[in-house]
Design a protein around this ligand. Sequence first.
Ligand SMILES: Cc1ncc(COP(=O)(O)O)c(C=O)c1O
Length: 370
Amino acid sequence: MSLFNVYPVNPITITKAAGSRVWDDKGQEYLDMYGGHAVISIGHTQPHWVKRIEDQLHAIAFYSNSVVMPIQEELATALNEISGKKDFQLFLCNSGAEANENALKLASFHTGRKKIIAFKKSFHGRTSLAVAATDNPNIVAPVNETDHIIFLPFNDIPALQACFAEQGSTIAAVIIEGIQGVAGIYEASEAFLKAIRKCCDDYCAVYIADSVQCGYGRSGKFFAHDFAGVNADIYAMAKGMGNGFPIGGILIAPHIQAKFGMLGTTFGGNPLACAAALAVIEVMQKDHLIKAAEEKGKYLINALKNTKGVKVVRGRGLMIGFEMESGLEDVRKVLLNDFKIYFASLHQLGSIFLIFSIIYLFYQVSVLQK
Ligand SMILES: Cc1ncc(COP(=O)(O)O)c(C=O)c1O
């Protein structure tokens, strides 16, 4: 049987990893600046993370959400602390798309409304509602098409206010990435996020912060949305949450109330995934990784701005994209083949963006300095 061929793959087989290094099946070492698309938050095979999962595996790997699971409560408390969202509630699932799907559904349950505001170039995942709120017609199947989603221009306050003035009483939620990732690293302005907060307050809609890619400390704050100094009502998380162990979740403001059966999942919140997520938070706290992301990000952004051939640099912390001048489109291939550095890339407007998608670059900075 062949694999269903949906991924354009690099011809590399990675067989071993440690920290920010990976090795292929021929023993060639690479510096991993990609981290499997923003997933590796504390480094590959981080020893505390491995041990936490191993210990949990020997105790119990899985049970369903039909019994009390203290490890879920432990994770909720740890998340309250590290995120600063003290009285928020936690619902656990398995991926970023699922986190957004549950967030959108919950907003609709909470408000009794159907319309969702999303933004141009957004990416929110591939499940039904999440993909409908994603601005890429190529990945929306006919069955996912809905007129419940309103796409507005990103960072356009007058357009947002006009939409609320016209249809405010029908709007369940606004969903926005604090830094658009797949689009090519575009930050939501602080004024824009504040305007979303105000419109949602004025019209009793739900502000959903898609933090799947820009969250978990990568920007130099736990949630990139926090730079605006206002809270969202729901934060969607995944990717860096488990450092590669599949887990997602939403943090939910206290005024949104749960009802039995409203949301649910078989695997979400299983003990093994919770152990992985707890290990991530413990390492982030012990090694002050959010501060490190902020500091190393400043260094890298500055270094990139002063690098010949780099046209534009965008981002915050270690969520950085840069665009090369024309004629240098092959830089990603050169970095991979000649320097053994693995990056993500996006082709846009005939040029290339390279994205540092690993959150905490333990050794990268010193390598780049050489
Ligand atoms: C901002 C954002 N939201 C949601 C998702 C979907 O996450 P997942 O692939 O875990 O479903 C992604 C994935 O790239 C993302 O970047």
